[in-house]
Design a protein around this ligand. Structure first.
Ligand SMILES: *Cc1c(COP(=O)(O)O)cnc(C)c1O
Length: 410
């Protein structure tokens, strides 16, 4: 008999997006003539950069020829890509990494979920609330979350609230944590930390021997100068932080699948006996055993992002999304709403009027304005009273959605 990992049984169903889909379907059933604008999706909509397409076509042709065909590649990623990453994403910011500190993968969801493989189940986990659900669910699976309580929180997880009251700048936890997830620019709130604010967390981690798991999937959306693109811009971070990056939002790779994780040689964990162990070595062992690399074609596409043409082309698409974000932020504020995010991230985190519960506001917006968002409470208890809108749609839809909201609310 195979016993199951009973931690999985603790997980409630992932109801958020299916609940949204059900409510949208019910609306369409009763209002077949109304057209909806969907600002709830967290997926990109614009096609890949031509430089990536050309690189992929070239790679496909190489695969068709015996002399250039490639079989298994290095599990950690091809040198051409890790070199391009080190030289373009880090060196210009004064961060020196060696290519064997970069691990190419099929995306940041897998890596943020899998990193728990190399960490003990007894670790205390801290995370900001609201949060990207992968961090919580993967720790439930790994046995680190405890039990789900009636307030929607897990008993062994330390929640660090981020709300309008603290302007989304999380306070250092009063309880010690061993592992800490930070995501900046943040999904779902779209907010960022300044260098000085992030430094507080690095200092905390160094003082408490805490491992920071830093998700920088939205790094490419940063517009303001004082916002750090990498946690390694902060002194000492190489001793205490692993950084996750993704080409999904940077270059529209949500369907192509490619990302990478930086595990510096300096970052370590401990055995129960107090012996320090290199996390780079452990992650390398984990990846070489359980992962066989992102495809050659995909990695050539990722490499092309770093060419002059590639850089210009992906910037143009990001600018398109960020001009949507601007239109939306101005439009929402013109409706008298309080809006966070949307400046260095493609997400707008909107406070509902008079603290209307997230789901109630979601339904009102659906029925009165025919606009779909995502209820903030779906991302955690501190998300109650907010709704998330994304800037990944078409410009004309964003403009029309703002017109509808204005007619409804004003
Ligand atoms: C979209 C997203 C990612 C990227 O995930 P991929 O698996 O690389 O597509 C990572 N973290 C957050 C918070 C995200 O929103």
């Amino acid at each position: 008999m195979a016993l199951v990992n009973e931690q999985f049984l603790k997980l409630p169903g992932s109801y958020l997006f299916s609940d949204i889909a059900k409510k949208v379907a019910a609306f369409k059933e009763s209002h077949p003539d109304k057209d909806l604008i969907r600002l709830g999706i967290g997926d990109v909509t614009q096609p890949l950069a031509p430089a990536c397409i050309a690189a992929m076509n070239k790679a496909v042709n190489e695969m068709a020829d015996k002399t250039t065909f490639r079989g298994y590649g290095p599990e950690q990623g091809y040198d051409f890509l890790t070199k391009a990453i080190v030289e373009n994403d880090y060196l210009p910011r004064g961060i020196t990494l060696s290519t064997d500190e970069v691990f190419v993968s099929d995306g940041a969801k897998s890596d943020t979920g899998n990193i728990g493989d190399i960490l003990h189940a007894d670790n205390r986990v801290g995370l900001t609330d609201p949060v990207y659900p992968v961090y919580i669910d993967s720790n439930v699976m790994g046995g680190r979350a405890g039990e789900l309580q009636s307030d929607g929180k897990w008993s062994r997880i330390v929640y660090i609230p981020c709300t309008g009251e603290n302007r989304f700048v999380p306070q250092l936890p009063t309880e010690r944590v061993d592992m800490l997830y930070l995501c900046y620019p943040n999904n779902p709130t779209g907010t960022t930390l300044s260098k000085a604010e992030l430094k507080k967390w690095v200092d905390y981690a160094l003082a408490n021997d805490t491992l920071i798991l830093y998700d920088a999937a939205y790094e490419a959306y940063i517009q303001e100068a004082d916002v750090p693109h990498s946690i390694y811009e902060i002194e000492g971070a190489k001793q205490c932080a692993i950084e996750f990056r993704s080409f999904s939002k940077t270059a529209g790779f949500t369907g192509v699948r490619c990302g990478y994780t930086v595990v510096p040689k300096e970052v370590s964990g401990k055995t129960r006996q107090g012996e320090r162990v290199s996390l780079n070595a452990l992650w390398n062992r984990r990846q070489t055993t359980k992962f066989n690399g992102a495809s050659y074609i995909t990695q050539r596409a990722a490499e092309a992002i770093y060419t002059p043409d590639g850089k210009t082309q992906i910037r143009r698409t990001i600018d398109y999304y960020m001009s949507n974000a601007r239109v939306m932020k101005e439009g929402l504020e013109a409706c008298g709403l309080t809006v966070f995010g949307g400046v260095n991230a493609p997400y707008l985190w909107v406070q509902t009027p008079d603290k209307t519960p997230s789901w109630k506001f979601f339904e009102q917006m659906l029925y009165e304005a025919n606009v779909v968002g995502t209820p903030g409470v779906g991302f955690g208890p501190s998300g109650e009273g907010y709704i998330r809108l994304t800037a990944f749609g078409e410009q004309e839809n964003c403009v029309e959605a703002m017109r509808r909201l204005r007619n409804w609310l004003y």
